[in-house]
Ligand binder design. Structure first.
Ligand SMILES: [Mg+2]
Length: 255
């Protein structure tokens, strides 16, 4: 599944309607949505203003705010703090509900074998991507080496086929991932529980992997907001960039 750089059909995205912190449940992607994407995942800039905004929204929504990321929960907490009750990591493979973290351990099994293969390629200088081992997935980042896209994709597809893994493509990253999880499942899992269940879900994201979340939000009576330039999407609304997301969230907080 890849981003279509040229729209294949007309799309009609409207500006996001106002956030209502009493009625809405917020599902927020991180990279490209709350922060600008960096060349390397650990180089993202998280400001104290953003941390404070999210913390305020978490309490204003009575914890009906979930971060839904391809990053691990541990990584998200190292960047944002541990105050958030609900985080889905590795595209829904790990789910934090308050004090409990649930992981689909069974689905990890092929990952160490794939990681070993990739280490051999790295030793032989045949893996130009930056490799991030997230336990349930291996992310191959090539933002720093865009010319290597085809080579990285070829390697990923080959290993995935032999190891029974899925390939998930995002912006300048190709992931080998275990198990069936998507950001859509993560959203649905949260929506089945309080404090989300009685609220209208809004999924905000920028990447192809967020489309599962947009569809799940619609299925649950809510909607998606695409961050970035319009493209074919299951979101119905758009915001221009992370700064516009911050402004929209802040406006909802002070309404
Ligand atoms: Mg993103």
């Amino acid at each position: 599944m890849r981003v279509q750089s040229t729209p294949q059909h007309p799309f009609d995205l409207t500006p996001a309607p106002p956030l209502d912190v009493r009625q809405h449940a917020l599902f927020l992607d991180f990279d490209g949505t709350l922060v600008e994407i960096a060349d390397r995942p650990h180089d993202v800039i998280v400001t104290d203003t953003l941390r404070a905004l999210l913390t305020d929204l978490h309490s204003a929504t009575a914890s009906a705010l979930a971060l839904i990321s391809g990053r691990t929960i541990a990584d998200m907490e190292s960047l944002l703090g541990e105050q958030f009750a609900h985080i889905a990591g590795v595209h829904g493979h790990e789910m934090k509900f308050g004090d409990e973290v649930r992981r689909d351990e069974a689905a990890h099994s092929p990952i160490p074998f794939a990681a070993a293969e990739i280490r051999v390629l790295q030793r032989n200088e045949q893996m130009p991507a930056l490799v991030e081992d997230k336990g349930a997935s291996l992310a191959l980042h090539y933002r720093h080496a865009p010319h290597a896209e085809q080579q990285v994709r070829r390697i990923a597809l080959d290993i995935a086929a032999r190891r029974g893994l899925r390939v998930l493509e995002g912006k300048m990253v190709i992931e080998l991932i275990a198990g069936p999880h998507t950001k859509g499942d993560a959203l649905m899992n949260f929506m089945r529980t309080p404090p989300f269940a009685a609220r209208t879900p809004i999924m905000i994201g920028d990447d192809v992997t967020d489309e599962h979340g947009f569809r799940a939000a619609r299925a649950a009576g809510g909607f998606g907001i695409l961050v970035g330039p319009p493209r074919p999407t299951d979101a119905t609304h758009c915001l221009a960039d992370p700064a516009a997301v911050h402004a929209w969230l802040q406006a909802g907080l002070t309404r």
